[in-house]
Design a protein around this ligand. Structure first.
Ligand SMILES: [Zn+2]
Length: 220
C-alpha cells in the first residue's frame, strides 16, 4: 500500500512538473519536435493526456511572442483536432486545417510564415481514416460551389491520378496518396522551403491517424 502511495505521489509530481513548464521555450531540431509530437499522441492514445501548456502563466508568457515547434497540416474534421491528438497546449503547434488537408497558396504561405519567421523545424501533414473529403472524391459524389473546388484540386494530384490509373478504389489508399502529395507540395513550394530542407534545418513528414485508437503513424 505504502509503495503504491509513493508511486502515485511521484507520478503526480512528474505530471505537475510537466504542467508547470510555463515559459516560452524554443525547441531545437526536427527530431526533438517529432519526438514531442509522437509522445503526446501516445498519451492521447492511452487516454492519459497531461494537457500541457494551458496555465495562466503560459498564456501570459505567450502574449507577446510565440515559438511553436511544429507545423501540423490536417483535416478540418471535428475528430482530429491536433492539440488534442498530440496532447499539446498554447503556443506549441502552428496549425493549418482544411477539408481533406488540401493546400493552396494561402495554406502554403501560412507554412512559409511559420518556417521563415518562427523557425519551425518540422512540418507534419496528417491525413486520417474515413476522411469525408477524400471519400466523397473516391465515391464520385456530386459537388458544387466551393466544395467542387476541393474535389477538382484532389483530381489534379499526380499521386491520386496514379491510383486511378491502377484501378484502385480503396479510400484509404487515396487518403495516404493525398498526404504524400501534400508532403511533396510543401517540399517543392518555395526556394525558402527547399533551402531549409537542403541545409537540414527543416523536415516535412507525412502521417496517418487512425480514428478508433487515435494513433498517428508516420508514412514513408
Ligand atoms: Zn477529413
Amino acid at each position: 500500500m505504502k509503495r503504491i502511495l509513493v508511486l502515485l505521489l511521484m507520478t503526480g509530481w512528474l505530471l505537475f512538473c510537466e504542467n508547470s513548464e510555463a515559459g516560452v521555450e524554443t525547441i531545437a531540431g526536427s527530431g526533438t519536435a517529432l519526438t514531442k509530437l509522437m509522445e503526446g499522441n501516445s498519451r492521447y492514445g492511452r487516454f492519459e493526456p497531461i494537457h500541457p501548456d494551458e496555465s495562466q502563466k503560459r498564456r501570459k508568457a505567450l502574449s507577446h511572442e510565440q515559438h511553436p515547434y511544429a507545423v501540423v497540416v490536417t483535416c478540418s474534421d471535428s475528430r482530429v483536432s491536433p492539440e488534442l491528438v498530440f496532447d499539446q497546449g498554447l503556443g506549441d503547434i502552428f496549425v493549418i486545417r482544411t477539408a481533406g488537408n488540401i493546400m493552396g497558396d494561402i495554406e502554403l504561405g501560412s507554412i512559409e510564415y511559420a518556417v521563415e519567421h518562427l523557425d519551425v523545424p518540422l512540418v507534419m501533414v496528417v491525413g486520417h481514416e474515413r476522411c469525408g473529403a477524400i471519400s466523397a472524391y473516391v465515391k464520385k459524389e456530386t459537388t458544387e460551389g466551393h466544395l467542387k473546388t476541393i474535389m477538382d484540386r484532389i483530381s489534379e494530384e499526380k499521386e491520386i491520378i496514379a491510383l486511378q490509373e491502377q484501378g484502385d478504389q480503396m479510400t484509404d489508399h487515396f487518403i495516404r496518396a493525398n498526404v504524400q502529395h501534400g508532403v511533396k507540395q510543401i517540399s517543392e513550394s518555395s526556394p525558402l522551403i527547399r533551402e531549409r530542407i537542403r541545409k537540414g534545418n527543416l523536415q516535412i513528414i507525412g502521417a496517418y491517424e487512425s480514428l478508433e485508437d487515435g494513433k498517428v503513424s508516420l508514412l514513408n
